[in-house]
Design a binder for this molecule. Structure first.
Ligand SMILES: *Cc1c(COP(=O)(O)O)cnc(C)c1O
Length: 469
């Protein structure tokens, strides 16, 4: 494509992007298209005829907009979702413009270097062992998978089994222990790693979803042999943290590998007022954390952090004669992730850390947690509305009709969620927690203000009053 053609195309997108992001706050916070409508818009003619580039871009915008959720908006409190910070988007555009295949530091020194420097900064911010290795992956799902593969290899290596060479057929069994309220993606990661999501030992948790040390002690007491223990920093409904120090000490006595899923909760360590909740997890062997949640990098971005870099490399390394570079010449990104060709995720991570800095990241996390408390304080003043979690982090779990029979409260909670989503002032989701429906509120998007929380709380209460009738 000639510059004369490319420049107006990209300028048009830049102008669109600026207008779109400037309009984030004013737009309804739920898509207007349902999935079936979106399918219709994207439908292609069977002839699959070509279309000029500029028309394609316009058509893409036209087709997508009605089906987009306001995930970058200031009143989006659904799931646990970062807001793709505009600076991260800018870095991500450059990443695409440069089109670096980021497997290897000889092929792309800049992409590999940005990653290595960003990796070091992540270990500083999260206060994890400075010698740990960091793999840049698509998100915490793949970070959990990568770390569990490293764990699997190492616990089997210690009993004389080379899983990377010989696989799991005939291998000594590995005990895998995790909390009852572990994230669904951890079970997926266990499944991908061939450890069997159905054969794990599920350890009882407390009311907040944190693993109970007494239950863990009872579960490991008679276990011997290779063992992986998976803990959690930041339960998705409650924000709860497992009692790390206690369980890691106990697991250490069994030579277990301890992995921590800290997709968003690990970031508590970057904010001095939240860090105590996540204390003790530095004693673990590996950690999964997202960039596209609390660091606000665009999708997709997560980090697999492993204390024993060699175990990490053994599990992930891809070697071939046509690929330049050996271990001792520097860090190859593909040695730490289950991918060879991939985007240069280090650029956006480096840019976000460079922009916000240590203090900016800490301030953002503290602000989000304070906003979560504000949310809870406003909602709980209403009769029949109960906050069911201890708001230690950014998650608020709300039960509507808490003074009514459970079945009626379930119906009213779901009805409230539907009305809020339809109203579009804010976006919230729901979940079943301890057998009861709750509203889940997650304050983690970049730009939310006190006024946004107040407007959102008002819309939830208005929906609740309508639902209750
Ligand atoms: C979001 C999340 C994950 C999965 O992360 P992805 O970025 O969606 O892959 C895993 N664990 C927890 C606790 C999470 O919140």
């Amino acid at each position: 494509m000639e510059r004369a053609e490319l420049e107006p195309l990209l300028e048009r997108i830049a102008a669109y992007a600026a207008a779109r992001r400037a309009g984030d706050a004013a737009r309804p916070h739920a898509p207007t298209d349902a999935y079936t409508q979106a399918l219709e818009r994207f439908r292609l003619a069977p002839s699959l005829e070509s279309m000029p580039a500029e028309e394609v871009v316009l058509s893409l915008i036209r087709n997508a907009e009605p089906g987009l959720a306001a995930m970058t908006g200031p009143r989006f409190f659904g799931w646990v979702i970062g807001a793709s910070h505009p600076l991260g988007v800018a870095a991500d555009w450059l990443t695409s413009v440069w089109g670096q295949n980021t497997g290897n530091h000889l092929a792309t020194p800049a992409a590999a270097a940005a990653e290595e420097i960003a990796a070091g900064a992540l270990l500083e911010l999260l206060d994890l062992p400075r010698g740990a290795s960091v793999g840049f992956v698509t998100g915490a799902t793949m970070a959990n998978f990568t770390c569990i593969c490293a764990a699997r290899g190492e616990v089997l290596r210690r009993v004389g089994w080379d899983v990377e060479r010989d696989g799991l057929f005939g291998a000594p069994p590995i005990h895998v222990l995790l909390g009852e309220d572990a994230h669904s993606t951890v079970f997926a990661a266990i499944k991908y790693a061939g450890l069997g999501a159905g054969r794990v030992i599920r350890v009882a948790t407390d009311a907040a979803g944190a693993m109970r040390p007494d239950a863990f002690a009872a579960a490991v007491r008679d276990l011997t042999g290779p063992m992986i223990v998976i803990l959690q920093a930041g339960q998705i409904n409650t924000g709860a943290f497992d009692p790390f120090a206690e369980i890691i000490a106990e697991a250490g006595a069994k030579q277990a590998w301890v992995h921590v899923d800290g997709a968003f909760g690990l970031w508590a360590r970057a904010a001095p007022d939240r860090a105590p909740y996540a204390a003790g997890l530095e004693g673990a062997d590996s950690w999964a954390v997202d960039g596209h949640k609390w660091l606000q990098t665009p999708y997709d971005c997560g980090y697999a952090i492993v204390r024993d870099a060699l175990a990490h490399r053994r599990a992930m390394r891809i070697a071939a004669s046509y690929l330049p570079g050996a271990d001792d010449e520097g860090r190859n990104p593909s040695d730490y992730a289950p991918e060879l060709s991939r985007r240069a995720r280090g650029f956006a991570t480096w840019a976000m850390i460079r922009h916000l800095g240590r203090d900016g990241i800490a301030a953002m996390i503290s602000r989000h947690c304070a906003l979560a408390r504000r949310f809870a304080d406003r909602l709980k003043q209403e009769p029949g509305v109960a906050i069911v979690n201890d708001v230690v982090l950014n998650q608020v779990a709300v039960r509507m009709g808490s003074d009514l029979p459970a079945e009626q409260a379930d119906t009213l909670t779901r009805e409230t969620i539907a009305r809020v989503q339809e109203g579009g002032v804010c976006f919230i989701g729901g979940a079943e927690w301890r057998g009861q429906w709750i509203i889940r509120i997650s304050v983690i998007g970049g730009d939310s203000s006190e006024a946004d929380v107040d407007r959102a709380a008002d819309s939830i209460l208005a929906a609740w009053r309508e639902a209750r009738g």
